[in-house]
Design a protein around this ligand. Structure first.
Ligand SMILES: *[C@@H]1O[C@H](CO)[C@@H](O)[C@H](O)[C@H]1NC(C)=O
Ligand SMILES: *[C@@H]1O[C@H](CO)[C@@H](O)[C@H](O)[C@H]1NC(C)=O
Ligand SMILES: *[C@@H]1O[C@H](CO)[C@@H](O)[C@H](O)[C@H]1NC(C)=O
Length: 160
């Protein structure tokens, strides 16, 4: 994981951007433990990013530690996360979560500028959830107050 983060942060894809064509980013494993496997792939044509989830398990605790590394494409005075959950081709849940709000920056990286590197290692709070067995498709998009994409990923969650 550390290697991926370093690689992500030192190889801005913009250098080879335009001739990358239709190639997809590699699939990364965010976690694989306790009957839960989370694979993700960046769906931002401009860049990949690093993500790992610690203590991954079918019963997700209310505080999960993650590690996340990315080069910012946009300023993030405000930052929002949209999550769409799909199972067997049908949409189950859409969810929007404010990560950085103007008067309520929850994380140390809120307010960082375009071009800056972010590396976050620490807790994110979520609802304590029991993931039901199965295979899910999850689409994640981070965007700022101008609706400009900061990061985008599609993930596969396999719970067995
Ligand atoms: C992301 O989406 C692409 C295109 O639909 C798909 O081929 C790929 O398997 C997905 N990756 C993950 C990790 O879900
Ligand atoms: C959003 O757009 C406005 C108007 O173009 C601009 O002044 C502002 O800096 C933009 N904010 C971000 C975070 O890019
Ligand atoms: C989630 O959003 C998509 C696209 O906007 C929509 O097609 C879908 O019906 C929504 N799903 C739910 C469960 O609201």
């Amino acid at each position: 994981m550390a290697a991926l983060l370093v690689w992500t942060l030192i190889s801005p894809s913009s250098s080879s951007g335009s001739d990358k064509g239709e190639e997809a980013w590699p699939t990364h494993t965010a976690c694989k433990e306790g009957g839960l496997e989370v694979l993700y792939q960046s769906c931002d044509p401009l860049q990949d990013f690093g993500l790992s989830i610690d203590q991954c398990a079918k019963q997700l605790k209310s505080n999960v530690n993650i590690r996340f590394g990315i080069i910012l494409r946009e300023d993030i005075k405000e930052l929002f996360l949209d999550i769409a959950l799909v199972s067997k081709g049908s949409s189950i849940l859409n969810f929007s979560y404010p990560v950085c709000e103007k008067d309520f920056p929850k994380f140390s990286f809120c307010g960082r500028k375009k071009g800056e590197k972010i590396y976050y290692a620490g807790p994110v709070s979520n609802l304590e959830i029991d993931i039901i067995e199965g295979k899910y498709q999850v689409l994640l998009e981070l965007y700022n107050e101008n609706r400009s994409t900061v990061a985008c990923a599609n993930a596969t969650v396999i719970c067995s």
